[in-house]
Ligand binder design. Structure first.
Ligand code: G3P
Length: 217
C-alpha cells in the first residue's frame, strides 16, 4: 500500500522523504489556501522534491474550465495527477484528461456507486473520504471494502486511494480493507512509527547498558 501525504507544506514532505515514507502527495484547495501561496508555485515546489504522483486539484466547477486548469497543472510535471470533484462536470473533464494521457484523481467520493462511475470514466485514482463518513456516523472503512470487492469483481484498474484518513488505526484498517494507497496528514504518517512499548523498551535497554559501564572517576 502506498503512503501519500495530504499536505501542501514542503518541509513536512522533506521529513517524510528522509524516513522513506513518501510514495506520493495529495493537495486540495483548503490545504493550498492554508499555505497562503499560489497553487502552481506549491505544486512545482513539491514536484521538485518527489517524482512520485502529486495530486493537484482544479478549482473550476465547469468542464471547460476544469480542462483548461487541469492542463496547466499537468504541464508542471510528468508526475502531476489532476484532481477533479465527483460531479458530472468533473467526470466529463476526467474523460477528456484520460483521452489526452493525463492521470486523474477523482475526489469527494462518498458512495460505492460514485466509485463505480469514476472507474468507468477512467480515473487513475478514486478518493473515498473515510473520516468524513465516520463524522456523520457512517462506516467509512466499509466503503473501502465495498469498492475493493466491486473493483476486483468488475476488473476496474482504478486505484483506491483512501482519503480523509486521520489516525494510525484508520491507516491500518485501510490496509486490511485492500486500499491501494492512503493519503493522510504528515503527522499521522510519522505517528505510525511510534509505540509506547518501543520507547519504554529502548529506555530500559539504555539504562541496563549504562549500569554496566565504568563510572567516571
Ligand atoms: O484531501 C482530502 C482529504 O484527505 C481531506 O481530509 O480530514 O479534511 O476530511 P479531511
Amino acid at each position: 500500500m502506498d503512503f501519500f501525504a495530504d499536505t501542501a507544506e514542503v518541509s513536512e514532505l522533506r521529513q517524510l522523504v528522509g524516513l522513506g515514507l513518501l510514495d506520493g502527495v495529495t493537495t486540495n484547495p483548503s490545504l493550498i489556501a492554508k499555505s497562503g501561496r499560489k497553487m502552481t508555485e506549491v505544486i512545482a515546489e513539491i514536484c521538485a522534491i518527489t517524482s512520485r504522483p502529486v495530486s493537484a486539484e482544479v478549482v473550476a466547477t465547469s468542464t471547460e474550465y476544469m480542462i483548461a486548469e487541469g492542463k496547466e497543472l499537468a504541464a508542471i510535471g510528468p508526475n502531476v495527477v489532476v484532481k477533479v470533484p465527483l460531479t458530472e462536470d468533473g467526470l466529463s473533464a476526467c474523460r477528456a484528461f484520460v483521452l489526452s494521457g493525463i492521470k486523474v484523481n477523482v475526489t469527494l467520493c462518498f458512495s460505492l456507486v460514485q466509485a463505480i462511475v469514476a472507474a468507468k470514466a477512467g480515473a487513475t485514482y478514486i478518493s473515498p473520504f473515510v473520516g468524513r463518513l465516520d463524522d456523520i456516523n457512517l462506516d467509512g472503512m466499509q466503503l473501502i471494502r465495498d469498492i475493493r470487492d466491486v473493483y476486483d469483481v468488475q476488473r476496474y484498474d482504478t486505484q483506491i486511494l483512501a482519503a480523509s484518513v486521520r489516525s494510525a488505526n484508520h491507516l491500518g484498517e485501510a490496509a486490511l480493507a485492500g486500499a491501494d494507497a492512503v493519503t493522510a496528514p504528515a503527522a499521522v504518517l510519522r505517528g505510525l512509527i511510534k509505540h509506547p512499548l518501543t520507547d519504554a523498551g529502548l529506555a530500559k535497554f539504555m539504562a541496563d547498558w549504562q549500569s554496566t559501564q565504568p563510572r567516571p572517576v
